[in-house]
Design a protein around this ligand. Structure first.
Ligand code: SF4
Ligand code: SF4
Length: 166
């Protein structure tokens, strides 16, 4: 995965794909769930997370109390020590997030706590959330971080603009 190239492409396409997602806030194709599922399947034929890990390098997951307890236990730490060592409270909220980026658990481009990783990581990039358009703001934010999301929204835009009343 050429992340430099991805960055340039994402910067170039961000405005038009954001406008598409904005429009999707008000106009939702009737068969959106099937459409997203179909297009998303094509995305994962072309994108391999193992060659990317850009989310782990440039973003932070949120850690729930359950996540902290599970991961701390796995690392033989107390939740209190784990939190003090790695986490801070998000500036504008109550979520706990990583102090540093890339994520401290990213080792050789792989997650070293994969089996016990935060639920947020396990669900990322949230393409199968339903309804899809409720997460438009998340996808807008992720366009410049996640090649899979950029590809999904780009392909969705092409299909919707070509085949639907739009
Ligand atoms: S916990 Fe693992 S999957 Fe989550 S950001 Fe860190 S390295 Fe990535
Ligand atoms: S979810 Fe997106 S950013 Fe994360 S590794 Fe996969 S393609 Fe890359």
């Amino acid at each position: 995965m050429d992340l430099k190239k991805f960055s340039i492409t994402a910067a170039r396409k961000k405005a038009s794909l954001t406008a598409f997602l904005d429009k999707l806030d008000t106009i939702v194709p009737h068969d959106m769930p099937e459409l997203v599922k179909k297009v998303d399947a094509t995305v994962w034929r072309d994108i391999n997370c193992m060659e990317c890990a850009n989310c782990c390098k440039t973003m932070t997951p949120t850690f729930t109390k359950k996540d902290v307890k599970r991961i701390a236990e796995h690392l033989d730490m107390t939740p209190k020590d784990f939190t003090a060592k790695w986490l801070i409270k998000e500036e504008d909220g109550t979520d706990m997030v990583n102090k540093i980026q890339p994520c401290q658990f990213l080792v050789n481009n792989m997650c070293s706590i994969y089996e016990v990783r935060p639920a947020d990581c396990a669900e990322f990039p949230h393409h199968n959330k339903k309804p899809f358009d409720i997460y438009n703001d998340t996808f807008k934010n992720n366009l410049i971080h996640c090649p899979a999301t950029l590809t999904l929204v780009d392909r969705l835009k092409k299909v919707v603009e070509k085949e639907y009343e739009w």
